[in-house]
Design a protein around this ligand. Structure first.
Ligand code: AMP
Ligand code: MG
Length: 521
């Protein structure tokens, strides 16, 4: 394979001097060298053509034995030394101490077309950070990560990418619902690709160890390669760096709220410093619009990471990052001011995003009320978020509120319960909305075009991945390819795929894997 290797991370950052993969506490080091586990019989089941191209690889190369071997951990690329990163983090609101890449192994960085990409295997075996776990990943969760990261990319959401999905040929023991019923599942390895996998937790680790030297080295490295617009390495530039991370994080969350994505585990070790969606675990897609929903059963009680709480958690996580960077800045005021403006900036961005979803080109003072009333209504009638917004663009300005309402009634899950009172609230909303549309100069066609560019027709509904998983367990990988292709054009009408533009089927409502997911992966 023709890959241009760049080893800047291991060349410029301090390594752990211990080179075994025995679980341990690692000090003063950004990473530890590791050797990926040799899979017994790697089998490539899917790859992403565009990611292949990003790396400068051809389709022929993807079919080679070398590709399958390298991206499953069987063979190490020449002139590279795989490693796992050290990091710490706050999990579910509590300090968790050292975590680190427990089952992620970075192969190297690759240069192509003036860009640098980090290649990371997920599920390639034990690392010093595996703690009590096995460092492996199962087919089920690997399919979810592979499909979702690509779906998110094509929706325009900042995310890590996924190059390949490879079966290892080995069995992995998992207790899916953590209820004492472990079972063997097929092991798999995904190769994730991103400019960097550095997380908030990488900075928290060194702050917690009071290792300011490594904290500074890591921050300078991150700024140099990932925030090149920041030229210096002084207090001012660290403040600017924090501002940039806050901006990127905010933008990512606005996108999540736009498409109805619930990450599920927004621990600080799962927050990318580049504002990328990272670590696809017990994530889920909002079907009926419910701000209290989280797919993660581990978070069932507090619902800390519920849909409606994601912006607040992002801010909470930024506080932890601010604390970690504080020793480099030694002034609280500028950090506090960035944190204080997060909320306001978020609200402005959120309202603009919702205006776009509603097809409003101009800004009015009362838009905020229109948006609030809408989200209330969506919730009351258990409305499918994706179908609702997509159908809303069919409305004509001159229509009556009754006719407008009938465009979207298909999106209700509680169809028989939308009786008098609820219908009245909807009609009231449509009266306001139609009035608002009539104030605008844009034509119905203009508005539809703009709305259909921000309201996806197809998202990776929870049950869709589950169907792909169930087929793949029986060695039928066709649905993985079908969904992968479908989700490459999520805003486009695809008449042959209309079946995926439908409400969640009843069987999937409370099904494990569809609406309920644990961290077991
Ligand atoms: P997560 O909640 O999946 O982001 O994982 C939190 C921490 O646990 C990270 O440090 C992971 O690398 C680690 N971890 C999760 N699953 C495994 C596993 N099967 N083997 C080893 N480490 C794991
Ligand atoms: Mg993680």
């Amino acid at each position: 394979m023709n890959l241009k290797v760049n080893n800047r991370f291991i060349a410029e950052l301090p390594a752990d001097s211990n080179e075994t993969n025995v679980p341990r506490q690692v000090k003063n080091a950004c990473f530890s060298y590791v050797i990926p586990r040799i899979p017994s019989n790697p089998k490539l089941i899917h790859y992403t053509e565009e990611v292949l191209k990003l790396l400068g690889l051809s389709k022929e190369e993807a079919q080679s034995a070398e590709f399958k071997n390298v991206f499953s951990g069987k063979e190490v690329l020449t002139n590279t030394r795989p490693y796992s990163m050290s990091y710490a983090g706050h999990q579910f609101g509590n300090w968790a101490g050292q975590l680190g890449d427990g089952r992620a192994i970075i192969l190297t960085e690759i240069e192509n077309d003036q860009q640098t990409y980090t290649l990371q295997l997920k599920g390639a075996g034990l690392t010093p950070y595996s703690r009590g776990a096995d460092g492996l990943a199962v087919l089920r969760s690997s399919i979810r990560e592979h499909l979702c990261s690509e779906a998110m990319f094509h929706l325009g959401v900042p995310t890590t990418r996924s190059l390949s999905l490879i079966l290892t040929g080995d069995q992995v023991l998992r207790d899916v619902m953590y209820d004492g019923h472990p079972d063997y599942e097929k092991g798999a390895v995904v190769c994730r690709v991103a400019p960097s996998f550095i997380r908030f937790g990488n900075f928290e680790l060194f702050a917690s160890q009071n290792d300011l030297k490594t904290l500074k080295t890591l921050t300078d490295f991150t700024v140099k390669y990932h925030f090149p617009e920041i030229k210096e390495t002084n207090k001012e530039s660290y403040i600017q760096f924090f501002q940039e991370v806050a901006n990127k994080t905010r933008e990512m969350i606005v996108h999540w709220q736009r498409v109805g994505f619930v990450h599920g585990v927004m621990n600080t070790d799962n927050m990318s410093i580049l504002g990328l969606t990272i670590d696809y675990g017990p994530y889920g897609w909002l079907e009926d619009y419910n701000p209290n929903w989280t797919p993660n059963t581990t978070d069932r009680e507090n619902r800390r990471y519920r849909f409606g709480n994601q912006p607040e958690i992002a801010l909470w996580n930024l506080y932890q990052l601010a604390n970690a960077l504080y020793p480099l800045i030694e002034e609280a005021a500028p950090l506090e001011s960035i944190l204080n403006s997060f909320q306001n900036n978020y609200e402005v961005d959120y309202d603009n995003m919702m205006r776009n979803k509603l097809g409003l080109f101009t800004k009015e003072e009362n838009d905020n009320q229109l948006i609030h009333l809408l989200t209330d209504n969506l919730q009351q009638t258990e409305t499918d978020m994706t179908i609702f917004f997509r159908k809303l663009s069919q409305i004509k300005k001159t229509e009556s509120e009754q006719d407008a309402f009938y465009h979207i009634t298909d999106s209700f899950y509680k169809i028989n319960e939308v009786k008098d009172q609820l219908k009245e609230t909807w009609l009231y909303w449509f009266t306001q909305y139609l009035n608002r549309l009539r104030q605008e100069e844009a034509t119905d066609a203009d508005r539809k075009k703009a709305m259909d560019a921000v309201n996806p027709k197809y998202v990776l509904r929870n049950y869709m991945s589950q169907l792909a998983i169930e087929a793949a367990e029986k060695e039928d990988y066709s649905l993985i390819e079908e969904l992968h292709l479908l989700l490459k054009n999520p805003y486009q009408e695809q008449p042959q795929s209309e079946k995926w533009f439908a409400k969640r089927p009843d069987w999937a409502r409370e099904k494990i894997g569809s609406s309920m997911l644990s961290c077991s992966s």
